[in-house]
Ligand binder design. Structure first.
Ligand code: PMT
Length: 399
């Protein structure tokens, strides 16, 4: 059964003859329980009136980036956050090009940049425009970034040409999104993910830790839930909320993390070690707070923590095992060494010397490395990087 209850759909309508079909798309989404808001480009209004789409959606139309009234009601950032799914149907060659180049000179472009929602594009244009090298290049770039294309369909076009370029039929668009949204590429799989820092206590008030915020690991967990997986998130102390569907295992130290991971891995298909696990812990824990007046200097003896990732690859080798590599130099080469020494299926390398990515940043840029290939995922919000990583993992396990 189709079901979009509790789902917020943002429908982008751009200027093309197929814009009249957007009313039917809205009707079908609403029938399945979705809330729908509509963004129209100026040229879309030449083909269908805002009043029609307002009446069908039950919400006022959004059409301007710089409208003071619109901003006071639901500004473009709020609208971007509101959306669970963004569908642009019909989507012109112009809008595809705009999104490819990250332009934000109208509401549609700005929303795509600001939103963390899954984005679907249903193109509609003359077949020569669709087959043109520029449009095809843009299409491939957007697919690589994790945007899903629906169609275009083949057939007779408004101009009389016959070929690819028709908007896919509304029923098919809804069916396609339903399949991906309700039965994601990871449905039936259980994933265990580690996130955040660990804390290695020295005494009751002091500990060794690091700046991991948990954002990268939590983003992967959230994306995995959306893709239909059962998710165990073994997390160090962070100040983030996790989706209610995630099985949360809160720990402090690396040895507690290892214990929880072992329990979870007994029924997991995939392991993703994103946590910044402390490599060392104090050899002795002082039950009493160490007094500073007793010491002019303080030596703390450290001993190595178990490498959780290596433990998983040694003991759960039938699972697909993914590590992260936090590097400051030779980002790819050093990560490749970890891929081999820890016997992993994949390692995701990030350059933590760049403060705008990696630790505690909202964005990341990573190289996804397997034995066969290295793929750069360019700087983007962590949730989008997370989705791309999961799509690659799901393609690899289904090979
Ligand atoms: O949490 P954020 O603020 O969003 O930041 C994200 C991040 C930078 C922490 C993340 O993207 C990242 O790089 N995580 C791995 C951090 C790390 O410890 O890297 P490493 O190169 O030192 O370790 C390699 C791998 O071994 C990692 O998968 C790590 O989880 C694992 N490891 C390390 C030591 C240990 N004792 N046990 C482990 O499992």
């Amino acid at each position: 059964m189709l079901n979009f209850s509790n789902t917020n759909i943002l429908l982008g309508v751009t200027g093309g003859i197929a814009a009249y079909k957007s009313a039917e798309i809205i009707r079908l989404f609403k029938k399945e329980g979705a809330s729908v808001r509509v963004v129209m480009t100026e040229s879309a209004k030449e083909f269908i009136t805002p009043l029609t789409l307002q009446a069908v959606s039950g919400n006022e139309i959004h059409d301007s980036l710089l409208d003071v009234n619109a901003e006071s009601a639901m500004g473009h950032i709020e609208l971007a956050k509101w959306a669970d799914i963004i569908l642009i149907a019909p989507c012109t060659a112009e809008t595809i090009a705009k999104i490819t180049h990250g332009r934000a000179d109208d509401l549609m472009g700005a929303l795509i940049l600001a939103s963390e929602a899954d984005v679907y594009i249903a193109p509609a244009m003359n077949m020569s425009m669709w087959l043109d090298a520029s449009t095809q290049d843009n299409y491939k770039i957007l697919e690589k970034r994790g945007i899903t294309f629906i169609g275009p369909a083949q057939g007779e076009q408004a101009c009389g040409d016959i070929g690819p370029g028709r908007l896919e039929e509304p029923e098919k668009i809804i069916e396609f999104i339903t399949k991906l949204a309700n039965k994601g590429p990871l449905s039936g799989k259980t994933i265990t993910i580690t996130a955040g820092p660990t804390r290695e206590q020295i005494d009751p008030v002091r500990f060794i830790s690091n700046n991991s915020s948990g954002k990268m690991g939590y983003s992967i967990a959230e994306a995995a839930i959306k893709y239909g997986a059962q998710v165990n998130l073994v997390t160090g102390p962070v100040s983030l909320d996790a989706d209610k569907s995630i099985n949360l295992h809160k720990i402090n130290s690396a040895s507690e993390m290892l214990d929880e991971v072992i329990k979870c891995m007994k029924s997991s298909d995939i392991f993703i070690g994103c946590a910044a696990v402390s490599d060392y812990k104090p050899s002795d824990y002082s039950i009493k707070k160490i007094k500073k007046e007793d010491n002019s200097s303080l030596d703390i003896e450290l001993e190595k923590n178990e490498d959780i990732l290596k433990y998983v690859s040694d003991n759960f080798s039938e699972s697909y095992i993914v590590g992260f590599a936090a590097e400051t130099s030779d980002v790819i080469e050093n990560a490749k060494k970890k891929l081999l020494t820890k016997n992993l299926d994949m390692i995701i390398s990030n350059d933590i010397s760049d403060k705008s990515i990696g630790f505690d940043a909202d964005e990341n840029e990573v190289n996804v490395i397997t034995k066969d290939e290295t793929l750069l995922l360019k700087k983007d919000k962590k949730i989008r990087i997370a989705r791309q990583i999961l799509k690659i993992i799901s393609a690899n396990i289904n090979k």
